[in-house]
Design a protein around this ligand. Structure first.
Ligand code: NAD
Length: 359
């Protein structure tokens, strides 16, 4: 088929590093940036994405065009498609899988719970099945989420903290993913690294996230709702800039050990890791708005509203000492610097902004 030819070609071309990486969710926000970074340094990269309509499809298609121009082909397919995955692993001997496909967003789970089970649980299992049957077996790096800390009130969050109180179905499916990873590591000897991302933002970001729709609404002069917790104070997020996350993903990939397979006892147990990738400096959402006002040179129409019980947690804050020690992960972008880059992208490229875009 057409894609088979493209896949064979792109994998043959890209062998400079001896790494061949399958990036799932490549037309997504983090997936696009990670794919570009891998390609830039000479890794073989193949994308996979089902181009779902959770948010603006045109944004995903624009990311895909950017990837194509950089020489990264994105297969249009679902991680639940076992036959497709088998074919992909047959055609390309992937050394690594960077698994970033998921149903993201905490609030949407109230409308469409099934999509979380489909992509984050069933899809993950299906992908791991394909990985264990593949020869060679790839090492897997995948995106969990800071949301697994749930209603835990101890901050900053460290990897050893409890994760048994998910506040949303999204969080519950990410937590389930961590348990599933444990099983596949234990039984099948797969090398698996989970990364708990903390509120990732930046150019080409997701329109369903607050910094993005605040920007849109502030520019339109629309009122924005800022949640506050009447009992416990500030609502804040440990906003983490996309380039810092990308560096963390690449470090996780580079330090990943090979899968040992189910008969791998002689070679020792396969690697199983979990890391926080955050910024270690939570910023109140009201301050996020103040920074946006400054950058956009427009005053926001703010409305403070009590935080509804909709899956959001009040506060996130990463302790990143483990990722620092084992991955050399060190975020370097503060919120204002990162938002400046987002705003520039938004004004220059995003069709929803005032200027017409070049898409
Ligand atoms: P995103 O929605 O932009 O990207 C996910 C991509 O996966 C989308 O392009 C979507 O079309 C694709 N996809 C979804 N289900 C699929 C399926 N069944 N088969 C194939 N493709 C599918 O989200 P993102 O912000 O880039 O997030 C990437 C990963 O990081 C996700 O796992 C997400 O849960 C996790 N994460 C993100 C953040 C954040 O702040 N952005 C925070 C914590 C965790």
């Amino acid at each position: 088929s057409a894609w088979e030819k493209r896949v064979t070609k792109s994998s043959r071309r890209a062998t400079a590093s001896n790494r061949a990486v399958l990036v799932t969710g490549a037309a997504g926000f983090v997936g696009m940036h990670v794919s570009l970074a891998l390609k830039r340094r000479g890794d073989g990269v193949l994308g996979l994405d089902n181009f779902n309509r959770y948010y603006d499809l045109n944004l995903k298609l624009a990311r895909q065009r950017l990837l194509e121009r950089a020489g990264v082909f994105v297969v249009d397919g679902d991680i639940n498609d076992a036959a497709l995955l088998r074919k992909l692993f047959d055609v390309v001997p992937f050394t690594h899988v960077m698994h970033l496909a998921a149903q993201a967003g905490v609030r949407y789970a109230m409308q469409n719970p099934a999509s979380y089970v489909h992509s984050n649980i069933a899809g993950f299992v299906n992908l791991l099945e394909a990985c264990r049957s593949a020869n060679p077996q790839p090492a897997i790096v995948w995106a969990s989420s800071s949301s697994v800390y749930g209603l835990n009130s101890k901050v900053p969050f460290s990897e050893k903290d409890r994760t048994d109180q998910p506040a949303s179905l999204y969080a519950a499916t990410k937590k389930a993913g961590e348990e599933i990873a444990h099983t596949y590591n234990h039984i099948h000897g797969l090398s698996i690294t989970g990364l708990r991302f903390f509120t990732v933002y930046g150019p080409w970001g997701r329109p369903d996230m607050a910094y993005f729709f605040f920007t849109k609404d502030i520019l339109k002069g629309k009122q924005i709702s800022i949640f506050q917790d009447p009992d416990r104070g500030t609502v804040a997020r440990d906003f983490t800039y996309i380039d810092d996350i990308v560096k963390g993903c690449l470090r996780a990939l580079d330090t990943a050990k090979k899968s040992t397979g189910s008969g791998g006892k002689k070679k020792g147990p396969a690697q199983l890791r979990i890391f926080n990738l955050g910024n270690t400096s939570p910023v109140p959402v009201s301050e996020l708005v103040t920074i946006l006002e400054k950058l956009l040179k427009v005053k926001a129409k703010r409305k403070m509203v009590p935080m509804p019980r909709n899956g959001d947690v009040r506060f996130t804050h990463a302790n990143i000492s483990l990722a620092y020690r084992e991955l050399g992960y060190r975020p370097t972008t503060d919120l204002e610097t990162g938002l400046k880059k987002f705003v520039r992208w938004y004004l220059d490229f995003y069709p929803g902004s005032k200027k017409k875009s070049a898409w």
